[in-house]
Design a binder for this molecule. Sequence first.
Ligand code: GLY
Length: 355
Amino acid sequence: MTVEDSTLRVRVLGAGIIGLTCALELGRRGHRVEVVDPAPGSGASWAAAGMLSPAGEAWHGEADLLRTGRRSADLWPGLAQDLGVPLRPVGTMLVAHDAGDADDLGRLLSLLTDHGEPLERLDPRDARVLEPALARGCAGAALLPRDHSVDPRVVVRALRRRCRVVPAATGPADVTVVATGTTLPPPFAHLVRGVRGEVVRAHCPDPPRRTLRGWVRGTPVYVVPRPDGEVVIGATQSEHAAPPVVTLEGLATLLAAARTLLPGLDRATFAEAVARDRPASVDHRPLVGATHLPEVLLAAGHHRHGVLLAPLTAVLIADQLDGGASEPAWDPRRFDAVHPPTGAWQTAPSRSVPQ
Ligand code: GLY
C-alpha cells in the first residue's frame, strides 16, 4: 500500500463499547471512521457492570481468558486516562457464603494459583475489616488485587464524544467492522446467540468499598459499587430465544443472594432493573479479526467480557487493518468448516482489507 492508501474509510457497525473502542483506535491510527448505530450504547453495554476482572471471571476450561483478559486489563488504565473516565483501582473480593460455596471458591483459587495470578486468602474477620458491610461468618474469602472496575455508561458517553456516530451509513466504505452485539448481519448471524443477563441498580447508604463476587448457596452474584453510592447487582444468565426482559424470578434470585452477603442492602433504594443479551459465540471466545469476506472484519461474541476485552479488541482490529498480527484463539474463521457462513453480505465496499 502507498502512504495515501493506508488511510482507509472504515465503517463500524454498532456503537456499543466494542464498536466505539475500535473506532477510537482506528481514528487514532489515521483512518477515517464512521460508527453506524440508530441506538448507540443501548445494547449489552447499557447493562454491563464494568468489572475488569479476568481472575474473578476465570473458570476451568476457560483459562484462556486469563491471558487475553489480563492483556486487555493492562490496556485499561491508558484508555481510561485518555477518555478522562475514572477507573476504580481497589481490586475485587471473592466471598463464599456456606461450605459448598467455599468449595467453588477453592476451585477458582486453585485455578488462579496454577496460572500465577496474585491473590490473598482472607479469613472471615479480615474480610470484614476490609469490607465492613459484609455479613458476619462467611465461609471463605479472598482478595484479587488486580481486578478493578469502570462504569461502562460513563465510558460509552466519553467514547461517543470522541467518535463520529451516525444513525445510518452516509457513504462508501473500504472496510466494515461488524460490532453489532447479539444481532450480527448475514452471513454471520449464526455465529452469535444471546445469553440473557438481568441486573439491578440501587443506591446504597452502606455500599461495599470494592467489587464483591460471591456464591450464596450455589448462586453466583456480584455487587459493583460506583463512587456516588450506586451499586450494580448482577447477573442472571439464561439461554433464551425471546427478547430480554426483567423477570421477577431473576430479581428475586439476585436480591436474595446479594442481601445475604450484604445485609445493609435492605436499606438501599431501588433505581433500575435492566435485561440485555450477552453476545456469545459457540465456544464463548470472541470473534475478532478477518472473515471469509475480504472487506469485512468481526469484533463480536465477547459474551460476559465485552468491557474487559474492549481495548484489546480495538488494538487487534486496528493491527489487522494495518497488516499486523491477530489473536489466533479469536479468529472468526475457526467456525467456517463446521458452521459455514449463510446468507449474502448486503454492503458492497470498494476495497479489500490487508489479510
Ligand atoms: N461480566 C459479567 C456478566 O456478564 O454478568
